[in-house]
Design a protein around this ligand. Structure first.
Ligand SMILES: [Zn+2]
Length: 205
């Protein structure tokens, strides 16, 4: 029996602080590689046929009955459709509670002197605009590779990542999707190891 190795149809690198918008067809496999480790990759999924049918962190957490995402997690939409399934994960834990950084939340958390810093929300809006994704379509995202432990009293903390160079996560699209990514530029907490780095995106379909 011979093994067939299919060349990736998507293979691109997203610089630290930059973004990505692309399509993944139903049945396609999409992989994010944390090239240097400890890099938060803020990600949103949309039903390509209906942008308002977007990823829902709340429904995903409730449906799977646990707070973190890993292999087997089904990523639900606001209409309770399964948009994608995590099919491989060499990191082991991904956050979907912490949300994306914004200039406003940076000011609240870290002070007025951070207002000018670029943030994930701006990247989402800039890349999303290519297909009509605006502020109304931005919900709570997935933070792949980000370690945001729940505390016993129900709080959230930003901790050093569990990821490492070369760790990856893979999802299978369960319908035609738009994938919107902000490769997080945050410098004020350890979500990127205090040093944002590039990630690689691969796709097979
Ligand atoms: Zn961010």
């Amino acid at each position: 029996m011979t093994e067939t190795i299919t060349a990736a149809v998507l293979d691109t690198t997203v610089a630290d602080g930059d973004g990505f918008l692309g399509t993944v067809p139903a049945g396609g496999t999409f992989r994010i590689v944390d090239l240097h480790g400890n890099q938060a990759v803020d990600t949103l999924f949309y039903d390509a046929a209906d942008l308002d049918n977007r990823y829902s962190a709340m429904d995903t957490v409730r449906e799977q009955g646990r707070a973190y995402l890993t292999t087997g997690s089904r990523l639900l939409s606001v209409n309770l459709d399964v948009l994608a399934t995590i099919t491989a994960d060499t990191c082991g834990r991904h956050d979907t509670l912490g949300g994306a950084c914004a200039q406003e939340s940076n000011v609240v958390r870290y002070g007025e002197h951070t207002r000018h810093q670029h943030a994930c929300r701006e990247t989402f809006l800039r890349y999303g605009a290519q297909v009509g994704i605006g502020a109304r379509q931005l919900g709570h995202n997935i933070n792949f590779f980000m370690n945001v432990p729940l505390t016993v009293d129900g709080g959230l903390t930003f901790e050093d990542g569990l990821s490492a160079p070369g760790k990856y996560v893979e999802v299978r699209a369960e319908r035609d999707l738009y994938v919107l990514i902000s490769n997080c530029p945050q410098l004020n907490n350890p979500c990127n190891g205090w040093n944002p780095t590039p990630v690689r995106l691969l796709g097979w379909w």
